[in-house]
Write a protein of this length. Structure first.
Lengths: 402, 402
């Protein structure tokens, strides 16, 4: 297959860049994911140009590999998350999810209106402040072996709530642009659909697997259990998009269901090599979307700084207030865990650009803000988690070889 | 990432189709790979049309996933192959490689000339009879746990020789079409380049790894050894295409080098989940290229039958004669192991079509022949291997759960 050479070179570049970036970051006591995103920025159009914008556009092989990478990542996070644990933190997670949407939406609209957008457009801009991208935080929590902490459960539960609310909000602001107002009945249908999907799949699926998971080993394929849960993961990721939710929500649910099986431990081990191969594509592609040329202009830099500070502060405040019942230290961790907007902010900004609501400049700034929050969060979160550990009990952080 | 829904559905369909096909095939006592190819045919354009031709064209995400799948497959086969073992069968493998190219090329040209092509075009058509696709056979040998048999070593070694010769032959016949004759010096350069690449990487790489592989575990990443050899795999697969060879030859070399490390056993285990996720894409995509509509015409069916019989017989004879020193039974296994043309035949037929050498009809027939040989080989090969086992010693075939 001689034609395949060029894409193989691209895959090689992305994969090696991720390894080098991750290694450097870890030697600097930063989470590896920071290095992978930075490596993407370096090999991307901004610096070396080894990856060109056409290669990371929607639907390209690299984009699909990145998507599969983040889907598998959230699947593996789900695999370490029990439904029972999420239920225990249900109330706090709900509060964090709701406040973590309302505060950024409010502060975002005020800022946008203050910058000269009319109210209807301001709400669209504000929608890009809202949606948390669970991928970045999930990766940091996993890297630090912190997925079993109560803060992690709250963040994951809140990420699900956040995604539902963000989807509804986006539906409202998009319909407002046409000037026809919004259809409350339609909105309620969407809400009920999304909640129903999550509840039926999450609770029903977990019950089925807890009751009996021996059938996963029935097929002849020696890796049948893995194959079946991976099929479930791809299937639920797709169905989740049909309900207007992010693909990673479905993948997380699939992992959570699989965590109830008696094969859970084996599945966890088998998922590790899949993550090693595929998640680098997600983080490098995310990083390659950072456009450093934007920062050549001082006025834009200042605006970006303001927007990023609002984005960070608003999420942090929302999450902190929501999780205050856990104590200030945990509430801070939860708040920072919700900060990354990552690729979700980029997607909303693209929608705004195609809808003619965003100017090129505000688009570039929202994209840069989304990626900046993704870059800033991991080191802060890692520092907060480690400090918490050092203060309370010297828990082993599995940074060394497993 | 709401845009990603459609591709996720496609991935889900392909993956689930592969599981169902493989399960049915194994219950019918056939190798799983037959079921995966057949499943591809069923979900492809010929029957259900859930996968359309645009989705499996060169450079599409599905095509790239298929390519990564077969690259990983040959990597994992390399991981079970020691250079020393290949050296032991070197002479036989060389004979099998050479005769396995000459006999099909001779018989193919005679048939093409007999069907009305002039000599220069006949040689191009014959080139499509030549190249063996190692993927299909490798998968069958792996599925039956037969990779350590002497016949398997001969087949793998011969596949490397076969790929070099097929590449040279293709270079010659393509240059003949222009009527300018061929540049012998250029051809020798290509030959020396390809052999040099394989020798330097294979022998040098194996020596380095045998001497010291502790450095693979030096990086902070807990899965650093896997990450490094996967990078090697992608890199050598690419470089291999630059030398005019198939990507899978480089991947096989990378695996063979990695088999000399002290981490070999761990790497083998970690590669299994990667194969479980990605190789189905290769076989389902291969199957989805089968165009059943072609077979609606009796005259074409007969021609296809003749071409396929020539393709099978000529490879079988070449391989059998080359391996005769191993005894008749082993020589038959080796001969059949070389029969599948698979995607390599499809690529050469496409070249012929774009070069204006092939008619639409001969293109369709060569493609169908390539895929038919891929379908026919696995059951015959499995039967031969099992019969051999039953006759000699009752070796455990790891068909049951590992």
């Amino acid at each position: 297959m001689h034609h395949a050479g060029d894409i193989l070179l691209t895959l090689f570049i992305v994969f090696v860049a991720a390894q080098i970036g991750s290694e450097i970051a870890q030697r600097l006591k930063l989470p590896g994911v920071v290095g992978e995103i930075a490596a993407g920025c370096v090999v991307g159009p901004s610096v070396l140009g080894w990856i060109v914008p056409e290669q990371i556009a929607t639907g390209t092989p690299l984009d699909v590999l990145a998507e599969v990478g983040v889907v598998l990542l959230l699947f593996s996070v789900g695999l370490e998350t029990r439904l029972e644990d999420l239920k225990k933190v249900g109330k706090v997670a709900f509060l964090v999810g709701v406040l973590g949407v309302l505060v950024p939406f409010g502060m975002g609209s005020l800022w946008a209106h203050g910058s000269g957008f009319d109210w209807s457009r301001s709400l669209f801009v504000a929608a890009a402040f809202v949606a948390t991208s669970a991928g970045i935080t999930a990766r940091v929590l996993q890297e630090l072996g912190a997925l079993q902490r109560v803060e992690s459960k709250v963040i994951l539960g809140a990420a699900v709530i956040d995604d539902i609310l963000a989807m509804l909000l986006l539906g409202v602001v998009v319909s407002l642009q046409g000037g026809e107002g919004f259809d409350l009945l339609h909105l309620l249908t969407v809400l009920v659909g999304a909640i129903g999907f999550i509840a039926v799949i999450g609770i029903g699926g977990a019950r089925v697997m807890r009751w009996n998971s021996a059938w996963l080993d029935k097929p002849r394929n020696p890796q049948s259990a893995l194959a079946i849960v991976l099929a479930l993961c791809l299937g639920l990721a797709y169905v989740s998009t049909r309900f207007g939710l992010a693909a990673i929500i479905g993948a997380f649910l699939a992992g959570m269901i699989a965590s109830e099986t008696r094969q859970q431990h084996t599945l966890e081990k088998q998922t590790q090599p899949l993550l090693a191969l595929l998640t680098p594509f997600f983080f490098v592609v995310t990083g390659s979307k950072i456009d450093l040329h934007l920062l050549a202009n001082v006025e834009t830099e200042i605006m970006l700084l303001v927007v990023t500070l609002i984005a960070i502060a608003s999420k942090l405040i929302g999450g902190f207030l929501g999780a205050l019942s856990l104590g200030r230290r945990s509430a801070t961790i939860v708040g920072f865990g919700m900060v990354p907007r990552g690729e979700v902010g980029v997607v909303i900004a693209s929608l705004g650009l195609t809808a003619g609501v965003f100017t090129d400049r505000i688009y570039a700034i929202i994209v840069a803000m989304s990626l900046l929050t993704a870059m800033v969060t991991p080191p802060v979160l890692a520092w907060l988690l480690r400090r918490g550990d050092a203060a309370k009990k010297r828990v082993e952080i599995p940074e060394t070889k497993g």
